[in-house]
Design a protein around this ligand. Sequence first.
Ligand code: SF4
Ligand code: SF4
Length: 299
Amino acid sequence: MKELVIISGKGGTGKTSLCASFAILSGRCVVADCDVDAADLHLVLSPKVQRHESFTGGRRARIKAGHCIACGKCEELCRFDAIFFDGPGNGRVDRTFRVDPPACEGCGVCAWFCAEKAIECAPVISGEWFVSEARCGPMVHARLGIAESNSGKLVSLLRQQARQLAEQKGIELILVDGSPGIGCPVIASLTGAGLVLVVTEPTPSGEHDLKRVVELVRHFGIALAVCVNKWDVNPGMSERIEAYCRSESIPVAGRIRYDRAFTHAQVQGRTVVEAAEDGVAEDIRSLWRAVAPGGWLSW
Ligand code: SF4
Ligand code: SF4
């Protein structure tokens, strides 16, 4: 079983659209949408949900107003400024303290130190995850609640599910649409992968973020390749990025031109490789021939 992870240093480089096209070109694979903070692969692959589960990602404090004596210890100790002195009165004090749920990180310090045992820090449902069937094969994806954290934990869960599905169904390829950036969800997206494809764009921020993500992938000792999307928007910058890759011995797997066909296909709920044969669709096919298992990158 092989696992190809597609990431980008910054958002908006076309990573998800490429992943969807690769899924179609692969014929059959397990797809995991691990960009859980902004999941949108389902918009193009239109999966039919077969199973959904709640995701319990962390804990959150709640003050039991009836037990609070308004000593203020919890507010003093909370390093996330998540506790406020505007809760209801309870017969002993006019006002009690309360927790602002989105600000609470669930560290449990307040509950530990409350002498009145007035705080409970309980698990919370942060979102849901799905096992679906898309037109390219099984798909795992998720919906994280607004302002919910623990996306790294959710990414790990999705990848574990993707591997189980691949094993059960005898599917040889897992395609992972990873998160942008270099934080916890990205690390959870790429550890253990066979190949990481970094999608960048020819802009100063694209170049800057590419270098950060290259450092991260190398830290984990994973093979990587780069492709420049919309390369013809700034050919000089594209050449500079590719020169950097050559100097670092990073394979440049391909270039993708800017083409509105990409967006038009998405508006129709299709990938560009289903909607067109030439132009940008041919660029993506060529890129796929490089990064596919058994392709010229030989991973
Ligand atoms: S530490 Fe406990 S008793 Fe004191 S203000 Fe906080 S919740 Fe109330
Ligand atoms: S659990 Fe931690 S973050 Fe949440 S309110 Fe208590 S001290 Fe603050």
